[in-house]
Design a protein around this ligand. Sequence first.
Ligand code: RNT
Ligand code: ZN
Length: 422
Amino acid sequence: MSNLKSIEKVYQLARERYAQLGVDSDKAIEALRKIAISLHCWQGDDVGGFEKSAEGLSGGGIMATGAYPGKARTADELRADLDKAMSLIPGRHRLNLHAMYAETKVRADRNELGAEHFAGWIDWAKANGLGMDFNATFFAHPKAESGFTLSSADDRIRKFWVEHGIVCRHIGAAMGKQLRTPCVTNIWIPDGSKDIPVDRKGPRERLKKSLDEMFAEKIDRRYLLDSVESKLFGIGSESYVVGSHEFYLGYAIANKTLLCLDTGHFHPTEVVSDKISAVMTFLDEILLHVSRGVRWDSDHVVILSDELKALAEEMVRGGYLDRVHIGLDFFDASINRVAAWVIGTRCMIKALLIALLEPTPKLRVMEESGDFTSRLAMLEEIKTLPFGAVWDYYCAKQDVPAGGGWLKEVRQYEAKVTSLRE
Ligand code: RNT
Ligand code: ZN
């Protein structure tokens, strides 16, 4: 029997098994196909970027560790690596780009960037039928070295970063317009302090003022969706982070922006899965940065963990798929970078598939009638349903390797392409 034939056969058995629980696996697959994950460009080069004066990650408090050979050195290499990764991931997804990945012929500072500097990316996205999301880059820059950007007490510094935010909104809008899908343009700043500050209030008031200035121009939501990302602490901002969760939750509600919840940006026992329904009660849309913190905001590659599954369950159970933008945010420099994208993104999609295959109506009936014994029994039983058969079938139908076979392709690409890079 051919591989495809056997995948189909196993799928038919799984389909029947799910049908016994009232779950239509064909429908689950159809729903899954429509979910776009925004693949972050920065896994491909350890958050390096291509600016002429690239200074690496200095001044940002985020860190990629590891020295695996073969990282992309140019935009063309990064796009080729993304092409390879995307060819091994089922479905049609999006590209999440950072401003530091501008392709400038002559040096343009962050406040001088325009859509023309991203033409190579936009053309590539267009050619591949991908939407794009965008991020302003408020780190790895001399004007970020003091540890304060949009909240800086130095008005020249603060203004510079406000200008950066404004040009990035225009770039995002151009991406959205050209690609005919709104570009979520996210703001994360590293502002904070290593040791206990006396003034916690001043920087937060200045950050609000800067955001107000940045967002003053109304831009059509068909092109641009503004988003703000909170954080708990960073390297060098252990004692105080200006853009904390409370700060941005308040800002997003008051100003109708999106809120970005990064799964690595909370206390280790706090989970974003429980925050979704809480914030969605007050916000139209949110952005997720799906990451995996190990003891801290370490940005490990996303795996199919209980929390990843819980995150997907909350999106599906709450009917939030249209209002939650799923972006990834991890960067591991210690393993093959193309493989890192493939592993993390496939896991995100698997988690969504598992959630879509849940017999939620049955569970709800148990819960509503107070039968928590049956609810717990069923929640545990469904963990061993044949979801893998549905996943394999979905991959085969989408023309990507069903099992671990994708790794062979990454290894071939490594031998022919990435390992030859200096
Ligand atoms: C940093 C934030 C931010 C970055 C990217 C590169 O803690 O998570 O989203 O990871 O912008
Ligand atoms: Zn993030």
